[in-house]
Ligand binder design. Structure first.
Ligand code: FAD
Length: 569
């Protein structure tokens, strides 16, 4: 048995994050085969074998940090005489022998952050910018759910799905293309590349800001943080600790939920084939994004939703646009429907049984995606012993608007607070927490938090919705402009949807907005600025918007609040 240690990375890099591992245990390898991708600030390096033989044990995990000298694989075999391409350029062997011992470390710092998602890593960078000595601990991969299993991978899939959709409709634009097809393995590979680049980028930023990064699971022993694994043995003492431990997908506790082909949002990102048919339990934002992705890639998609509509938090006029699109694309959905059990047939298909209109109904799919929400990782650290209380619903850590928990030394940010489970909320909460720790007096505000939904057409919302305004009995007026009357939308072949603005009837201050249609998720930023700054809509009547752009619809919707839009009666 030979133990292979890592010898070289890119340039002078001493450490990197393990990206995709391309070999598995018991696999035969030859000199020159790529063993894994290593991601560092300087870029991605493919680590190759100099040995012919069989992999006995993989000693690294994707997302883990590896340093020069770390043991990475155990193999049975011998160094190749016909050597690997990269070995020719090296004077000595790439690998040495022996197991690297965990390094004992006592770390003192101003701020320690547990969790390297968009909450934790942004907080770390902001704290370092303000001069604090920072330690960031992450047990999986830098970037957390957002970069590795959430926002970014799904949007990489969305791009592939849109592209296929556009090519299929190319004839309408005068472009003739032979039958296009999707290759799931390549879609997944591209997603992995995008994720690796971003994870490497964060690693680089942490190094640039001199942030100490420890890859391992943090435990709290009293008020000290302990990280112990085969590579690290660290005790961290910090003046303040930020808990940014995120959330995990939940599965419904129904018979069949643990069948292999019942997937979470994380599992589905690794599918190597496009399912002929896919059942999605849960028609919320994540479920519907996957419904549109797999429908465009060619799957027959059926959504089972417990509430009386999909995307139930949105206004009815937005839901109408999306449901019409579902009908046109043949995405089936059953609302007010309760999934009861999942059975596997002898041919490996999954039958999902659900109750609707007091009748038992069934749908069949190659896979089932369970997309029924995310639970805050409250078990990740020992909260009770530290007098860190939970919120009223007991589903998140209780924080004040400075992000401080009930224990003054501890702050909590992101999904673990369960206030709004979005990446940009986590990041901003991280900035607010750090600035307060470092002596500023900043409050987290939630009135102008935008939300982006990547279905077709896209949706962007911010501020108050019509539904909320009516629940709160607010006196509002609404301006609306359809994309069907916007020149740019027509050139794009995307006339569906509208821009809607909600303003206070008396003060004229803009309170909320929704955009459904082309570029909606980018366009919503304009409204975020207006709402955050409590602008009245009349201030914008003399603001000039470039032509031809979809953004002209923002202007038109604002004009329609007063004397009327120019291009729509
Ligand atoms: P996370 O990103 O979950 O990071 C927490 C980190 O803490 C994890 O990496 C975890 O490994 C680590 N950790 C936990 N316990 C420990 C411990 N004891 N020691 C060390 N490390 C620990 N949001 C958007 O804004 N836009 C989108 O388009 C979007 N799309 C999404 C799509 C999907 C499929 C999913 C699942 C989510 C999506 N989200 C989106 C939500 C977004 O991903 C989360 O809101 C965001 O990641 C929360 O950030 P966080 O830092 O709080 O937690």
């Amino acid at each position: 048995m030979i133990e292979i240690n890592l010898k070289k990375l890119s340039g002078h890099d001493k450490s990197a994050t393990v990206g995709k591992i391309l070999v598995s245990e018991n696999q035969r390898i030859k000199a020159g085969d790529i063993l894994f991708n290593a991601e560092s600030g300087k870029g991605n390096v493919k680590v190759k074998s100099e040995y012919d033989g069989t992999i006995l044990k993989v000693l690294i995990k994707e997302g883990e940090e590896v340093k020069i000298g770390d043991a990475i694989f155990q193999i049975h075999g011998e160094k190749s005489s016909v050597n690997a391409e990269n070995a020719k350029t090296e004077k000595k062997s790439s690998y040495s022998f022996g197991i690297a011992k965990p390094k004992k470390e006592d770390v003192q710092c101003d701020i320690a952050i547990i969790g390297g998602g968009p909450g934790g890593y942004v907080a770390a960078i902001r704290a370092a910018q303000l001069g604090a000595k920072v330690t960031l601990i992450e047990k999986d991969r830098l970037g957390g759910t957002c970069l590795n299993y959430g926002c970014i991978p799904t949007k990489s899939f969305v791009k592939s799905a849109h592209l296929l959709d556009e090519i299929k409709h190319a004839e309408q634009f005068g472009i003739l293309v032979d039958e296009p097809k999707a290759d799931m393995a390549k879609i997944v590979d591209r997603k992995d590349e995008v994720v690796s680049t971003l994870v490497g980028g964060i690693q680089y930023l942490l190094e640039s800001w001199n942030i100490k990064y420890i890859n391992g699971e943090a435990r709290l022993e009293g008020e000290a943080i302990v990280v112990k694994n085969k590579k690290v043995d660290a005790t961290i003492q910090a003046k303040n600790i930020i808990l940014a431990v995120g959330s995990t997908a939940v599965k419904l506790n129904i018979p069949g939920a643990d069948l292999e082909k019942v997937l979470t949002n994380k599992d589905i990102l690794e599918l190597k084939e496009i399912p002929e048919s896919l059942t999605i339990i849960g028609g919320g934002i994540i479920g519907m994004e996957f419904a549109f992705i797999f429908n465009a890639l060619g799957s027959q998609v059926t959504v089972i939703e417990y509430m009386d509509t999909t995307l139930c938090t949105l206004d009815d006029d937005i839901i109408e646009v999306i449901q019409l699109e579902c009908d046109q694309r043949n995405i089936k959905y059953f609302c007010s429907a309760k999934a009861g059990s999942i059975l596997e047939t002898d041919s490996g298909k999954l039958i999902t049984e659900f109750e609707k209109d007091e009748k038992r109904q069934y749908t069949i799919g190659d896979y089932v995606l369970m997309s029924v929400g995310r639970r805050a990782n409250l078990d990740s650290v020992e909260l009770e012993a530290l007098n860190i209380e939970l919120n009223e619903r007991k589903n998140g850590i209780k924080v004040n608007n400075q992000m401080r928990t009930t224990n003054n030394k501890f702050y909590a940010i992101g999904d673990v607070t369960n206030i709004i489970q979005l990446a940009h909320v986590a990041s901003h909460q991280g900035i607010v927490a750090v600035e307060n720790i470092l002596g500023q007096n900043i409050e987290m505000k939630y009135e102008a938090i935008p939300s982006a939904v990547f279905v077709s057409p896209e949706i962007g919302t911010v501020g108050i919705s019509e539904k909320e305004a009516s629940e709160k009995n607010l006196n509002i007026k609404i301006g609306k402009f359809p994309f069907a009357a916007n020149g740019k939308a027509l050139t794009l072949g995307s006339p569906e949807g509208f821009v809607k603005v909600i303003a206070d009837s008396e003060s004229d201050v803009i309170l909320g907005a929704a955009v459904v249609g082309p570029n909606a998720t980018d366009m919503i930023a304009t409204f975020t600025f207006l709402i955050e700054n409590q602008v009245t809509f009349d201030k914008l009547s003399h603001t000039v918007f470039a032509h031809p752009t979809t953004a002209e619809s923002i202007h038109e919707a604002l004009l329609s609040l007063k004397d009327g839009a120019i291009h729509f009666a």
